[in-house]
Design a binder for this molecule. Structure first.
Ligand code: MN
Length: 299
């Protein structure tokens, strides 16, 4: 247990944010104390929620720039539509990865009303060299899955990067890790995670909780670790579902405002003006023309 005394953990509390129509989500990135984990720059935990009979998630057309949106579905189904003409239903265990680059717009809608919904939506800041790339959309129906050798009750799903000899198919543009650990057994499990010492990491429970270096973390509380540790001992209660995010610290200025990432606020002002002027930068989403979300006022 002595190696744990060396590990410094920053505890980040979630805040509540609205996705509209009364749907609240837990947002842990960006937060006052922590803006990035590698290039991961946004983390929303949606649900788990049981929608009422006629209700669902409906997000009208909105723009993005210089980032990738990364949707990980746990329960329910969402229909993604974007200005490239993509139309894709995402189901549990799948990833939708939209690369905004120069500019894109999209809508997200529940496929059926009255469903349960549980998902994580993350954003990844694009490094400067590729940030203005043409937009793209990719759907990943299957990811590498395996059971932990020491704790076979824990199922690992690799969402991004490499882990334990596995490689995720998701196309990212900086060194990143995204791994989900799901404990579906009956007794508490202890597992040793092998970390890239050059990465900073974050752990967050999407269900249940975990114990790290003797500290308990409950659902939606983010545990941040600076680069350094090569191993981590993690205890999971039965039913726990934990996200492990990692990445090489992004040593570039990243400005974020509303749905935009930009090199600076002046550029973001320009993106906002382009969206308000219905510029071709963001195209238009088939079926989403009459529900464009206007940009809020700049601070
Ligand atoms: Mn979006």
């Amino acid at each position: 247990m002595t190696e744990h005394t060396e590990i410094q953990i920053q505890r980040i509390a979630p805040r509540s944010s609205s996705l509209g129509e009364g749907l609240m989500v837990a947002r842990t990135l960006p937060s006052r104390g922590r803006r990035l984990i590698g290039a991961w720059c946004f983390l929303d935990h949606i649900g788990p929620v049981q929608f009422a009979a006629e209700q669902g998630l409906h997000v009208g057309a909105h723009p993005h720039t210089r980032l990738q949106t990364f949707t990980w579905m746990i329960e329910g189904e969402l229909l993604h539509r974007d200005s490239l003409g993509s139309e894709q239903v995402i189901r549990p265990g799948q990833v939708n990865l939209m690369t905004a680059g120069h500019g894109i717009s999209h809508t997200e809608d529940s496929v059926q009303p009255g469903q349960r919904m549980h998902a994580a939506q993350l954003w990844i800041a694009l490094p400067d060299a590729v940030a203005d790339c043409p937009p793209d959309f990719a759907h990943y129906p299957e990811l590498p899955q395996w059971r932990d050798a020491q704790a076979p009750a824990v199922r690992c799903s690799l969402m991004a990067g490499q882990y334990g000899g596995h490689q995720a198919p998701t196309a990212v543009h900086s060194p990143l890790l995204g791994l989900e650990l799901l404990h579906d057994g009956k007794n508490a499990a202890t597992l040793t995670l092998t970390l890239d010492a050059a990465f900073e990491h974050g752990l967050m429970a999407l269900e249940g909780g975990f114990t790290l270096a003797g500290e308990d973390f409950s659902m939606d509380e983010l545990a941040y670790l600076a680069p350094g540790p090569r191993q981590l001992t993690l205890q999971l209660a039965p039913g726990a579902r934990v996200l492990l995010l990692g990445g090489q610290p992004l040593n570039e200025p990243v400005s974020m405002w509303w749905n935009f990432v930009g090199p600076d606020l002046a550029t973001i002002r320009g993106y906002r003006a382009d969206w308000e002027a219905a510029s071709p930068r963001f195209g238009s989403v088939p079926g989403g023309e009459d529900r464009r979300i206007p940009a809020p006022a700049l601070p």
